[in-house]
Ligand binder design. Structure first.
Ligand code: MN
Length: 356
């Protein structure tokens, strides 16, 4: 029987190829937990969890301890139908979405290998290509100009800029001038007040900078403020940190507080992500998919989910452009802004080169 026999996990610390700064701080490495599920029949599933404490309250220690907690409950589970394992995880780890995501990815990888199916096919096989934006973290305006110019020459059509302070204006303007053919997505990571966010974007309009969306302008708990910004700007306003669970997403949409939701596997896991997709589809809200500075394993799972469901108009899956020493390979192919799952192996397709 294809039952789960063992679950092992260990941490790795990915080096970033440049410091990554947002309104929440500066990072030069990104720690993740790698999870391996072995089935009784010899198949293994690979998962990865990249917790970001200010987003979900989790860190690598808590993720490791949640994996320890869930392991005995998952052991012996038949994954011919993976939903049983998902239910166990939803019950055991209701408030640990990053830990759950890593385990769900490993379970789904094993399930797909059992079925000899790429994950994208399991998710619906809607698309084989998607186009990602590229993120410009908090850098000097002249650096932003250069990064933007290069991104445009590589074919990127969307830039995502981290903002959140009044003085970020010059950087956005510089990026806009460096890449006049690109549209700009702004991500404030909760940095603005409602009026500050509206002002910031309106001043960019005056400079004729082409803004696509504004993401998480205000504090995650300030739903009233989020609604105010959404109502007073002509561009779509998206929730990121305010939307962790499908219940959060439902509440934001019912109160008319956002135009769209930016989903991340590390915020919601796979099963709750599928619920958020359903909620947004049924209410006509927009969907974006993003990532943390995560490993190729979970990034591949997200790319397969985005391709398979075809549910996302906006894609921000660019972690691989920031990590320097990811030990894993495969999963997807990329050509600057274009990501595809065409040559996918079963599962998310990611593997360790020493253990192909
Ligand atoms: Mn964000």
């Amino acid at each position: 029987m294809p039952t789960i026999q063992t679950i092992t996990s260990h941490t790795i610390d990915l080096t970033l190829n440049r410091a990554f700064e947002t309104s929440k701080g500066r990072k030069t490495t990104s720690p993740s937990v790698i999870i391996q599920i072995a089935l009784e029949n010899g198949i293994t599933g690979l998962g990865s969890s990249t917790p970001v404490e200010y987003v979900t309250g989790e860190n690598t220690e808590s993720v490791l301890s949640k994996i320890q907690k869930a392991s005995p409950l998952l052991t012996g589970t038949d994954i011919t139908d993976h939903s049983k394992a998902y239910e166990t995880l939803a019950e055991a780890l209701p408030s640990s979405p990053s830990a759950r995501a890593g385990l769900e990815i490993a379970v789904l990888d094993a399930h797909c290998k059992l079925k000899k199916t790429p994950m994208s096919k399991l998710f619906g096989n809607k698309k084989q290509h998607i186009e990602t934006d590229i993120t410009i973290p908090i850098v000097s305006p002249s650096e932003a100009y250069e990064i933007a110019r290069k991104a445009q020459s590589q074919g990127f059509k969307y830039l995502k800029l981290k903002v959140g302070k009044f003085e970020d204006f010059d950087r956005v303007e510089a990026a806009g001038k460096g890449a006049p053919g690109c549209r700009i997505r702004l991500d404030a990571n909760q940095g603005f007040t409602p009026e500050g966010a509206i002002d910031f974007v309106n001043r960019l309009f005056i400079k004729k900078i082409d803004i696509d969306i504004l993401e998480q302008p205000v504090d995650r708990s300030d739903i009233e403020g989020l609604r105010h910004v959404t109502k007073n700007l002509p561009i779509p306003v998206f929730a990121d940190e305010s939307a962790i669970t499908s219940e959060d997403a439902r509440r934001l949409i019912e109160t008319d507080s956002v135009d769209g939701i930016n989903i991340k596997l590390m915020k919601s896991g796979i099963s709750d992500t599928m619920k958020i997709i359903e909620i947004c589809r049924s209410t006509g809200k927009e969907l974006m998919i993003g990532c943390m500075l995560e490993t190729r394993i979970s990034l591949s799972a997200a790319i397969h989910l985005a391709c398979g469901t075809g549910a996302f108009d906006r894609i921000d899956l660019d972690a691989h452009t920031f990590t320097a020493d990811d030990p894993y390979a495969g999963g997807f192919a990329s050509n600057s802004h274009e990501l595809n799952t065409i040559a996918a192996r079963p599962g998310h397709g990611c593997f360790h080169p020493q253990n192909p």
